[in-house]
Design a binder for this molecule. Structure first.
Ligand SMILES: [Zn+2]
Length: 122
């Protein structure tokens, strides 16, 4: 049996999905303007599907750059969900943050796990 199950039900190209993303961006922008705290994050994410990444520019602030470093938008990826865990071992605190996010350029939904640690004596 070599029957392959085709997995090309990628909805990120459909106009309806793009429209949904656009609306989502608008809602987030609107919420920010109203001063709603959406949980500021300092982590920079990268899209594994199309290669664009978030950066923090001196002038523009948060931007999204393409794989060559060209600024595409003054924007950030859309975070659907984030979880942070931390634990303590050998005078160090370890942090693990899991982000579920949507790339605003290509619409791919993905997961990114970021880890960092801090010396307690620092
Ligand atoms: Zn992308």
């Amino acid at each position: 049996m070599t029957a392959k199950k085709k997995k090309d039900n990628n909805q990120s190209d459909s106009p309806a999905y793009k429209e949904l993303l656009r609306k989502l961006c608008e809602i987030i922008e609107d919420a920010k303007e109203k001063g709603i705290d959406l949980g500021e994050r300092n982590d920079l994410l990268k899209c594994r599907a199309c290669g664009v990444y978030e950066d923090c520019a001196v002038k523009e602030g948060w931007v999204i750059c393409d794989e060559y470093g060209k600024v595409l938008n003054q924007d950030r990826f859309i975070i659907i969900d984030s979880k942070e865990k931390s634990y303590h071992r050998n005078k160090m605190t370890y942090f693990k943050t899991t982000y579920m996010f949507i790339c605003t350029e290509c619409g791919a939904q993905q997961k990114e796990i970021l880890r960092c640690r801090m010396d307690d004596d620092y």
